[in-house]
Design a protein around this ligand. Structure first.
Ligand code: SF4
Length: 284
């Protein structure tokens, strides 16, 4: 576990993101990864700092752009385990277009979204997942918009692994991340990760009283996409566990015709003098 530790986090004491980092580190160890076999790519926000704190390779990208960077990393070196991470504002606001297309393409990435229903780094504005009516700095009388529903969107976009975790349950979150990383294709793990400083509604106490753990329901069929949609509606999305898993869906690099077996990054890029001279003439 020590190998996956890097900088000491400076999140507010009690922030849910501490648990997400711990779960990611534990999951990496549990599935036998070495730090150099993994890349953590993040966007911008409090949660975006995770790529500095995770002792794997890391890339702290631009706001909302963790998925295109993670896509490039995976396609260049398919041997790496690639995790993209960020918050609800980063991923479901400015990054929404990338989110939908990464799922549609089924890039082999595990996407962790630390969903605290608010913009934390910029001190508490309404985010895409803020509940209708929630009061924030930018909506002092209560948000009038409907929130986005990322799990439902993922199910409709054909995502092959859709799960939700909670920062108050490290054990379950670790297992979800392990399963997500082992799934071949895009996996979404939305994580209720309380912002203890700016969100006084979606707190640990709120989740403790409202969340239903579907992993404990042996009769729930995780391969039934419509059952997953019904489950979300039944519990107003306050569920944790694997909602949907389709292991048969092929990942992008498996179906792309002509994609080399060997990671592109490992190809011999040496060129002969003859080839170099031809190139030089071409670009003269
Ligand atoms: Fe966490 Fe909120 Fe503090 Fe950001 S502002 S570190 S999300 S508690």
């Amino acid at each position: 576990l020590v190998d996956f530790r890097a900088e000491k986090p400076n999140w507010c004491p009690g922030c849910g993101d501490f648990t997400v980092l711990a779960a990611l580190q534990k999951a990496a160890v549990n599935i036998g990864l070495e730090p150099e076999q993994m890349v953590t790519v993040s966007g911008v926000g409090c949660s975006g700092k995770i790529s500095q704190y995770m002792g794997s390779y890391g890339f702290h990208s631009l706001h909302g752009r963790s998925l295109p960077v993670a896509t490039a990393v995976k396609l260049a070196n398919r041997d790496l385990t690639v995790v993209a991470a960020g918050g609800d504002g980063d991923g479901y606001g400015i990054g929404m277009g990338h989110f939908i297309h990464a799922m549609r393409r089924n890039i082999d990435i595990t996407y962790l979204v630390m969903d605290n229903h608010i913009y934390g780094l910029t001190t508490g504005q309404t985010s895409p997942t803020s509940d209708k009516g929630s009061k924030t700095k930018t909506a002092p009388d209560g948000a009038v918009e409907e929130p986005v529903h990322p799990l439902q969107m993922a199910l409709m976009a054909g995502c092959g692994f859709v799960a939700q975790g909670y920062s108050g349950n490290l054990k379950q979150l670790t297992e979800l991340i392990e399963k997500g990383m082992q799934h071949r294709g895009f996996s979404l793990i939305n994580i209720y990760s309380p912002c203890v400083t700016f969100n006084k509604v979606n707190t640990y106490d709120f989740y403790k009283s409202n969340l239903v753990n579907i992993d404990e329901d042996a009769s729930y069929d995780k391969t039934d996409r419509f059952a997953a949609i019904r489950k979300l509606e039944e519990h107003e999305e306050n569920v944790t566990g694997v909602l949907y898993h389709n292991p048969a869906k092929q990942a992008y690099d498996e179906v792309l015709r002509g994609y080399p077996e060997q990671a592109i990054a490992k190809n011999d890029l040496k060129i002969t003098r003859d080839q170099w001279e031809k190139l030089a003439v071409q670009f003269k």
